[in-house]
Ligand binder design. Structure first.
Ligand code: HEC
Length: 154
């Protein structure tokens, strides 16, 4: 009598364990997909307000060399279009932030703070046709390491 009751209660006790296993597997799947999916400039990574702040800063800080049109002039390269995207597509936005922070303006390097550079980058993303969204582009370089420039929609 006792062993059979014990066996029955063991089976009852195992039911929740067995039924939870497929739930765990189901729960783990989307997380695994997220890890593989790459975040890119197509994922609405800046806000419209940030880009318009960035435009004002761009006109004040960058346009004297790169032109209001962003087309560049003399030694200053364009910051929109095929040549610009050709240089940056496939690289994380952290690289672009570092490039601007450590080499611009070319005649007095290092005067731009991180917020200014990041807001101007939001404007550059807008000017290159990438969509705005609900969250600002982060100023943190580590966070920008996780967002890839991609010339064409993945
Ligand atoms: C005094 C002129 C001057 C100013 C002001 C200036 N730049 Fe530049 N920029 C240059 C020159 C010249 C180059 C190319 C040579 C070099 O890298 O030094 C360049 C290169 C760049 C590049 C590299 C482009 C590429 O595709 O390789 C980026 C990005 C850039 N500038 C962004 C900016 C931004 C953003 C600002 C304003 C926050 C800015 N620059 C202000 C002169 C300037």
């Amino acid at each position: 009598m006792m062993p059979r009751v014990f066996a029955a209660s063991l089976i009852v006790a195992l039911i929740p364990v067995v039924s939870v296993v497929p739930l765990l597997a189901w729960g783990a799947e989307p997380r695994a997909l997220d890890v593989r999916a790459e975040r890119t400039v197509w994922d609405s990574v800046y806000t419209a307000a940030q880009a318009s702040r960035g435009e004002t800063l761009y006109v004040k800080s960058c346009a004297r060399c790169h032109q209001v049109s962003l087309a560049g002039a003399d030694e200053s390269p364009p910051l929109t279009g095929g040549a610009f995207m050709g240089n940056w597509s496939g690289l994380p936005l952290a690289d672009l932030q570092n490039r601007i922070r450590t080499t611009m303006p070319s005649d007095s390097v290092g005067i731009y703070n991180r917020q200014l550079v990041t807001d101007v980058m939001a404007y550059l993303l807008k000017a290159n046709g990438f969509p705005a969204g609900a969250t600002e582009l982060p100023t943190d370089t580590e966070a920008l390491r996780g967002i890839m420039m991609r010339a064409s929609r993945p």
